[in-house]
Design a protein around this ligand. Structure first.
Ligand code: NI
Length: 184
């Protein structure tokens, strides 16, 4: 099943996601989230983006890499994740978001992180990721804390996207996936 994706301005995108009770059956939700992400050609999708305030996200960082890259991407679900540490060099990369179509912006984040999370079988994992995979994880993890990439913009850049963000909330945009607009 493909869920509609909630657009910028929806209250759930500003809320902190709730921890999921260990052992909860999530197979169907996870499958549907992967289907929804793939249908929108996304590299990541967090539960709040499908109007569910739960602490989980799916990613597929393969789409951000090609054969020339040394890095190998991953396709995975992260349940109740906690980023334990972020380190390495800060670097800037242009991010976008399925909830904020037609807007992209350079965001600076550290290159590497360690994260604790449960996998789809409720096994607790602790792993280190860097490069594009870390970048996608950081973006999706922010969604679980109610943070969007545009929240990092300041000054002129913030003013420049302001009216475009209103257009997104009103649905004055076109996407090839279904969305729910808070001001429409
Ligand atoms: Ni996003």
């Amino acid at each position: 099943m493909i869920y509609p994706i909630v657009a910028y301005g929806s209250p759930i995108l500003k809320r902190e996601a709730e921890e999921i009770t260990e052992g909860t059956a999530l197979d169907e939700l996870i499958k549907n989230m992967f289907d929804t992400m793939d249908n929108a050609n996304g590299v990541g999708l967090a539960a709040p983006q499908i109007n569910q305030g739960l602490s989980l996200f799916v990613i597929d960082s393969n789409l951000m890499l090609d054969e020339e890259d040394e890095e190998v991407g991953i396709r995975r679900v992260f349940i109740n994740p906690i980023i334990l540490d972020e380190y390495g060099d800060d670097y800037s990369f242009e991010e976008g978001c399925l909830s904020i179509p037609e807007i992209r912006a350079e965001i600076t984040r550290p290159d590497t992180l360690t994260i604790e999370y449960y996998d789809e079988n409720w096994n607790l994992k602790e792993e280190e990721f860097s490069g594009m995979t870390a970048r996608v994880i950081q973006h999706e993890y922010d969604h679980l804390e109610g943070i969007l990439f545009v929240d990092y913009l300041k000054g002129l850049k913030k003013r420049l996207v302001k009216s475009k963000l209103v257009d997104v909330s009103k649905g004055k945009i076109s996407t090839d996936y279904r969305m729910i607009y808070p001001l429409k």
